[in-house]
Design a binder for this molecule. Structure first.
Ligand SMILES: [Zn+2]
Ligand SMILES: [Zn+2]
Length: 306
């Protein structure tokens, strides 16, 4: 199947469907195959065979074709793309240092004030919100943009590759897997380390930042087999402290639009039952005309390759 370089569809074309059938109009961005007009509330793909069908453009640039061909096979075991560089390790060390300084400042301030409950409660809230944040971020990069998107392009590309070859993440070296988030954490937490001495704020910041930075490690553990994991990790997964293998496995099965949270997974049931991400997708679609990738299933980009 053709690979979309950017899934942007003008809302106007959806709200004004072309009446009755067998007519095809090819534009720069989309090919519109019309059958019969449909209401705007029934636009989600696959829900009605008579609805207006918007197909992605089929013509690919030579650059995209070449890129796709180059990524048609999973990385090999010793692929440099899976190995840590000294730059990766330096960023992870920096990220960890900023989080540990925040933790130390929280403990020191709590010890001097003899107030422990508030920073511990703030830390727990940070841990819970980290799971929510991981879900929102994962949903965003799974569904929107592409490798050319500023700032997030490499993460979007990496997650697309992850959907095709999920178990590759278990062969990715530690710093290689964490360095991108560690870099963000280093820049975000450093100002708190330098300017803040409040035990509660640091309790919140160190737990939130630490869990977000290690979310990719928790994600990798969710893809490992039980026998290859340390017993403590298995125990934490089974207790729901870390995202479980079974819960995350559901993310990689149809309909490919749930279980986005990858820290503890505690938010997944609520977000999926309440259809929070589906509601956000509809809002973005009707406000901006942008379709999420999860509406285009089945797509080769999401399906695990044998
Ligand atoms: Zn995903
Ligand atoms: Zn995964």
């Amino acid at each position: 199947m053709a690979v979309l370089s950017h899934q942007h569809y003008p809302l106007k074309s959806l709200l004004h469907p072309v009446p009755t059938c067998q007519h095809q109009h090819r534009s720069h961005s989309v090919r519109v195959t019309t059958c019969s007009a449909t209401s705007s509330t029934n636009l989600k793909p696959g829900s009605n065979p008579n609805q207006l069908v918007i197909e992605p453009r089929l013509a690919l640039s030579s650059t995209t074709s070449t890129t796709t061909a180059a990524k048609s096979s999973p990385p090999l075991l010793n692929d440099p793309a899976l190995q840590s560089t000294w730059a990766h390790r330096a960023w992870v060390a920096t990220g960890c240092s900023t989080v540990l300084v925040s933790l130390a400042k929280s403990i020191a301030a709590a010890a001097s004030s003899h107030i422990w409950l508030e920073p511990m409660l703030a830390g727990y809230i940070g841990y819970v919100l980290a799971d929510l944040g991981s879900g929102v971020y994962h949903w965003g990069i799974d569904n929107y943009g592409d490798e050319s998107t500023p700032i997030f392009g490499s993460q979007i590309e990496a997650f697309q590759g992850h959907h095709r070859w999920p178990r590759t993440i278990t062969r990715r070296q530690f710093a290689n897997n964490l360095h991108a988030l560690a870099r963000v954490i280093a820049f975000t937490v450093l100002p708190f380390d330098l300017l803040c001495n409040d035990s509660t704020i640091h309790g919140f910041v160190c737990m939130l930042a630490g869990c977000i930075m290690f979310s990719q490690q928790f994600h990798a553990w969710a893809h490992s087999t039980k026998s290859k994991l340390p017993p403590l990790v298995v125990a934490l997964q089974d207790a729901g402290v870390l995202v479980s293998r079974s819960q995350h496995a559901a993310h990689h099965r149809p309909p490919y639009n749930n279980n986005y949270c990858i820290v503890s997974g505690v938010w997944n049931e609520f977000l999926d039952k309440q259809k929070v991400f589906e509601a956000l997708e509809m809002i973005l679609f009707f406000k901006l005309g942008v379709r999420p990738r999860s509406w285009s299933e089945p797509s080769s980009k999401w399906i695990e390759e044998a």
